[in-house]
Design a protein around this ligand. Structure first.
Ligand SMILES: [Zn+2]
Length: 205
């Protein structure tokens, strides 16, 4: 292979994407180069627009147009008022749950788990979850973290953080396979995990 810096850099970047190694990255880059106008040009534009216009809400953690400002009392992305918040690790988990139509309510996206690399408790939007519960008339918080050690540690920490709020806290049913990550579950498993969720605290609510 020739050493062309631009191409090597692009291959390195693409091989950082989930599920892709250097070999598939090379194939992708060749495909791009062979389709300059159909792929490279619109893709560069789309990437620039996403970079400029889309960001994560600093309160609920979901994706939103950067220009929309969310605040504790009014997460402006969601107009309908709900009384439940489903707490997930990542946006991909939110997307899986949404597309299964099992759950109608707010989401709160932590952005990882407590012990996952580089994530400290403070980074995980747990304080803003407590604020939302207090200010948004929330009746139930559903913990939908994965069935991994990190996911369960995080769930436990959240439960502890919510102790003073008196909100009802539930956890997805044990039907989750051990090590199961929400985004990889099929709709049937998700459905029974939601339906049979168990209450974790004895608070009213
Ligand atoms: Zn928000």
């Amino acid at each position: 292979m020739q050493n062309i810096t631009e191409i090597e850099d692009l291959i390195k970047l693409i091989s950082k994407l989930p599920g892709l190694g250097p070999k598939s990255a090379k194939r992708i880059v060749l495909k791009l180069i062979n389709n300059r106008n159909e792929l490279i040009k619109p893709m560069a534009k789309a990437l620039a627009e996403v970079y400029k216009n889309i960001s994560r809400c600093k309160i609920c953690g979901t994706l939103k147009p950067t220009s929309v400002d969310c605040n504790y009392n009014n997460c402006k992305i969601i107009e309908k008022k709900y009384d439940k918040i489903c707490v997930v690790e990542n946006i991909s988990d939110q997307w899986s749950i949404e597309s299964s139509s099992i759950y109608k309510g707010y989401f709160h996206i932590l952005g990882g788990t407590i012990s996952s690399a580089g994530h400290r408790k403070e980074d995980l939007l747990i304080n803003s979850l407590v604020e939302r519960v207090n200010k948004d008339n929330i009746e139930e918080v559903i913990l939908a973290t994965s069935a991994t050690v990190e996911g369960q540690t995080t769930a436990y920490y959240i439960q502890d953080s919510l102790k003073k709020t008196n909100v009802k806290i539930t956890k997805l049913a044990q039907g989750l396979p051990v090590g199961g990550e929400i985004e990889n579950l099929d709709d049937g498993t998700l459905f029974s995990a939601f339906k049979n969720r168990s209450k974790l605290n004895s608070n009213s609510g």
